[in-house]
Design a protein around this ligand. Structure first.
Ligand code: ATR
Length: 265
């Protein structure tokens, strides 16, 4: 995505991937300064562990407790979370306004944290469902959000019974679990009989581009938003932090589709 834009706009940047071992994260982050790298994206499993290694944190990233974008300003490393703002932009682009809406979030892992915080910030009413309630991740996330925004947030086990109950009233459901992700493309976190017109179904899984959840939601007449939109937007917002220039998000989305549909063959 990034390289396609750099090429198209004739910008002298290059985006490359580095695999970094957990025990070498600190060296890798210090290396950004030493090598004069302008910025990086951080992905699983380092989004939380990079935080103590940074000089500054954007307030939203601090609140979420996860960073996916680091910008190097003359040796000062600042962390951002464009997963959250990317999700927000993807909703906005589809004309979905979360304020006052009842939103069901599936999953309580890293991706769910970003999505849940930004939705709470936007004024949505949240209930978080997670498979392993015994780990209390959903409850802990709900507690943190309700403390920060002074607002009640529900936490329930991800069971069919609970899903049936919460989806009856819901306006938006977000899949922030990995259910349905390649190679388990025949799985879905929501039984199709619970999908209905009027519901907005946002699946943050982007591989495959059209998950089983999205296909069944579409067939049920629900409005669907795929994870590819969030992927493109988090990239676009990171690009803007790196370069100070507006990102051509449609070009980035097109590139991502090109690569991902290659994967599906
Ligand atoms: P990410 O950074 O992508 O959010 P993560 O932090 O590992 O990754 O979180 C993955 C989420 O998907 C978790 O909420 C996980 O539920 P558990 O906490 O119970 O593990 C959820 N998940 C993964 N596989 C699942 C499955 N088969 N059914 C339900 N939830 C699942």
């Amino acid at each position: 995505m990034h390289n396609a834009v750099f090429q198209q706009l004739g910008m002298d940047y290059l985006y490359v991937a580095f695999r970094v071992r957990k025990e070498e994260l600190s060296e890798a982050i210090h290396g950004i300064r030493a090598l004069g790298i302008r910025g990086i994206n951080v992905t699983i499993p380092h989004k939380v562990d990079v935080i103590p290694l940074l000089d500054e944190l954007d307030p939203l990233a601090e609140r979420i407790g996860a960073v996916n974008t680091i910008v190097n300003d003359d040796g000062v490393l600042k962390g951002y979370n464009t997963d959250a703002t990317g999700f927000q932009q993807a909703l906005l682009e589809e004309g979905v306004e979360p304020k006052g809406k009842d939103v069901v979030i599936l999953g309580a892992g890293g991706a769910s944290r970003s999505v849940s915080f930004i939705l709470a910030q936007e004024g949505a009413n949240l209930v978080i469902l997670n498979r392993r309630l015994e780990l209390d991740w959903a409850k802990e996330l709900a507690r943190q959000i309700s403390q920060f925004f002074d607002k009640e947030v529900g936490a329930l086990e991800l069971s069919e019974e609970n899903l049936t109950a919460v989806l009856r009233e819901a306006d938006i459901v977000v899949n922030a679990t990995s259910v349905g992700m390649s190679p388990s493309i025949n799985e879905t976190p929501v039984p199709s009989k619970l999908l209905k017109p009027g519901l907005v179904v946002f699946d943050i899984v982007y591989n495959p581009i059209k998950t089983r959840l999205l296909r069944e939601a579409e067939a049920a007449g629900a409005k669907t938003i795929g994870g590819l939109n969030m992927l493109a937007w988090q990239g676009a917002l990171a690009f803007e932090q790196f370069t100070g220039q507006k990102a051509p998000v449609d070009l980035m989305r097109k590139e991502a589709i090109k690569v991902l549909s290659g994967n599906e063959k």
